[in-house]
Design a protein around this ligand. Structure first.
Ligand SMILES: *[C@@H]1O[C@H](CO)[C@@H](O)[C@H](O)[C@H]1NC(C)=O
Ligand SMILES: *[C@@H]1O[C@H](CO)[C@@H](O)[C@H](O)[C@H]1NC(C)=O
Length: 503
């Protein structure tokens, strides 16, 4: 996940409030019970050891995204050689094509035996955010195993997924698996920066080839455990949208003057007032629109009395839920576009009225608003012609992907969750509040699901981009198992929109 990305946790917010939980998702009427995978996900002792050793080796290669210019090319090249070495079968099969894109990103095209089935794509990224060594229990690039956990930067975000996808495929191939449905695996190398050289180039390449995908699965959702105090059971949250982002620079210019004869208002005073207004007057609350309502309703039946009553009757209790959510820093992110003043610069000398003051504001855009709407709202809130607005960059929120009975990708995730995590009763759609590489692929599909099949507890959430990031060996094995089954489940004949009844 990228940046200060609390992404996964949209729901978490709700949980923190002590309010939310969700409802058991109903099985589609007439749906068959999940079939067990034709090749069972049973791995030998040697395979299980090799599996975790491969992840440790991947963590030890410091593929850090510092900035677009500061970039350890040795590490990224080494990572490419490393996956060749630990997953030899993936690179040997004639029906798998491997391409390096943008120098360090990897694209695998796995040709299925049935060309009538629309292909899908699995996404992950090999770069990680920096990890200054202070505060870590073990060095962040050691990949050390301790107390059943593999420690290190990238063990949750997102080398676990990179390695688990290739590992699951390797294990399937060793068992002579040949997919029916084609799929792609795209591993970006600059997700933590922008994806401009990785994901964006892969997407453009596939678009040029005329590829259309049934769906994409990327990071950005988890099985949430313990986020909602009144909800004891874990639930799976599949993010069906992703907030947008707008970085705005505010500037005030003036002729410089001496501090002995100051004007009534200085650049600093004017800008400070503008910034203060943006903090005091938030962008309007969007509760009631977007995927959140669906999330809450589907969680309702998981709660006990009286909370279930609240969630089953949002027409009545909506304002109450909204007020509770507004009070919590994480929950609030789900109901509105957030405003964060992140930089403020002015002044050069103690006795000079500064000619220029500038500030940067980062807005995270709610799925039902656009960056243009937010820009206009911000100008109206500031309401001062002396303040100039410059858009530094803008990313629209992602369209909401379908999560209904006909949504193939969503239903395959649900089916595989039910099989691999029988204790998880509910799968709900959610919003990712961070950004993922998947946003570069919107031309290829309208069905993008952000979900990692791993348990996440609140303290682990903070380790992502923080300190002491780690994954338990058992959780990682289960992630491999999930993908191993998911790939086989995707061989189903069912197609997303083929539910039109023919007479
Ligand atoms: C760059 O990566 C290589 C290994 O891939 C590593 O040995 C080296 O220490 C890294 N350099 C820096 C400055 O991190
Ligand atoms: C989608 O395709 C259009 C037309 O080719 C292109 O201009 C646009 O940049 C693409 N969008 C993305 C997100 O790649």
């Amino acid at each position: 996940m990228a940046r200060p990305r609390v992404r996964v946790l949209a729901l978490a917010a709700v949980l923190l409030l002590g309010v939310a939980t969700f409802s058991r998702s109903k099985r589609r009427s007439g749906e068959e019970p999940p079939r067990s995978s034709p090749i069972p996900a049973q791995f030998s002792q040697e395979e299980r050891v090799a599996m975790k050793e491969s992840l440790k080796g991947a963590v030890q290669i410091p593929t850090v995204s510092f900035s677009p210019k500061e970039f350890n090319t040795t590490a990224f090249a080494e990572f490419g050689e490393y996956i060749h070495r630990v997953f030899p079968t993936v690179f040997q099969r004639s029906f798998i094509q491997h391409e390096v894109v943008g120098e360090y990103s990897h694209l695998f095209t796995v040709q299925g035996s049935d060309p009538s089935l629309q292909p899908y794509m699995l996404l992950a990224h090999i770069d990680v955010v920096p990890a200054p060594v202070q505060g870590w229990e073990v060095p962040p690039f050691s990949g050390l195993e301790r107390d059943g956990f593999i420690h290190g930067r990238g063990t949750l975000d997102n080398k676990n997924s990179v390695m688990a996808i290739l590992q699951a495929l390797e294990l399937l191939l060793i068992r002579n698996y040949i997919p029916r449905r084609s799929f792609f695996i795209a591993l970006g190398h600059d997700e933590e920066l922008s994806g401009a050289n990785g994901a964006q180039k892969i997407a453009a390449l596939l678009q040029a080839r005329g590829v259309q995908l049934a769906f994409i699965v990327d990071e950005g959702g988890f099985i949430l455990d313990g986020f909602i105090p009144s909800l004891k059971k874990p639930f799976a949250m599949v993010s069906v949208s992703e907030k947008g982002s707008l970085n705005l620079m505010l500037q005030v210019n003036m002729t410089p003057g001496h501090s002995s004869a100051p004007p009534k208002e200085t650049t600093i005073g004017i800008l400070a007032a503008a910034v203060s207004r943006l903090e005091q007057i938030p962008i309007p609350n969007m509760y009631g629109s977007g995927p959140l309502k669906m999330t809450l309703q589907q969680l309702a039946s998981e709660f006990s009395f009286p909370i279930n009553i609240v969630f089953n009757n949002l027409w009545l209790f909506g304002p109450l839920v909204n007020r509770l959510m507004e009070r919590d820093d994480i929950a609030r992110t789900l109901v509105r576009t957030t405003t964060a003043v992140t930089m403020f610069e002015a002044g050069v000398k103690v006795n000079v009225i500064p000619p220029l003051a500038q500030a940067t504001v980062n807005f995270r855009i709610h799925p039902t608003q656009t960056t243009q709407e937010v820009l206009k709202l911000a100008k109206d809130i500031v309401a001062d012609d002396r303040v100039q607005f410059h858009v530094l960059d803008a990313t629209e929120p992602m369209p909401v992907s379908p999560s209904d009975d006909q949504a193939l990708g969503y239903q395959l995730i649900r089916q595989t969750v039910q099989s691999v995590f029988p204790e998880v009763r509910v799968v709900v759609p959610g919003i990712c509040i961070g950004q993922t590489d998947s946003r570069h692929y919107t031309n290829l599909t309208n069905s993008i699901y952000r979900f990692s099949p791993i348990y996440l507890q609140p303290q682990e959430f903070h380790s992502i981009h923080g300190i002491n990031e780690k994954i338990s060996v058992q959780v990682y094995e289960t992630q491999v198992k999930f993908i191993f089954e998911f790939i086989q489940n995707a061989d189903t004949d069912q197609d997303p929109v083929s539910h039109v009844h023919e007479l």
